[in-house]
Ligand binder design. Structure first.
Ligand SMILES: [Zn+2]
Length: 83
C-alpha cells in the first residue's frame, strides 16, 4: 500500500466535504486544506488533483492560478521628534 497525502475542502455546490488524495507531496499522510488562498508550495502539490464531494457526489479539479502579485500595504512612517 503506497503512501499518499490527503486533500480536503468545502464543496462549492452543497457545502459538504470534498476529499481527494495526492502523491505529489512528500506523502507522509499530510492533509492539505484547499481554500482560495494557499501557500504556493501547498497549492502546487494539489494543483490538478480531483476532489469528490462526499455529500452530493460532484467531482472538482483543483486549478491553481499562478500569480506574481504580492500583497502590499502602506505603513505610515511617523516623523521623528526633533525637539
Ligand atoms: Zn457537494
Amino acid at each position: 500500500m503506497g503512501m499518499y497525502d490527503h486533500i480536503v475542502g468545502v464543496c462549492p455546490s452543497c457545502g459538504g466535504e470534498l476529499y481527494g488524495q495526492t502523491k505529489g507531496g512528500d506523502c507522509c499522510m499530510n492533509t492539505y486544506w484547499v481554500s482560495e488562498e494557499m501557500y504556493s508550495h501547498e497549492a502546487y502539490v494539489v494543483n490538478g488533483e480531483d476532489l469528490d464531494c462526499r455529500k452530493c457526489g460532484k467531482t472538482y479539479i483543483v486549478r491553481t492560478e499562478e500569480s506574481r502579485m504580492v500583497r502590499v500595504s502602506l505603513e505610515e512612517l511617523k516623523p521623528k521628534n526633533e525637539t
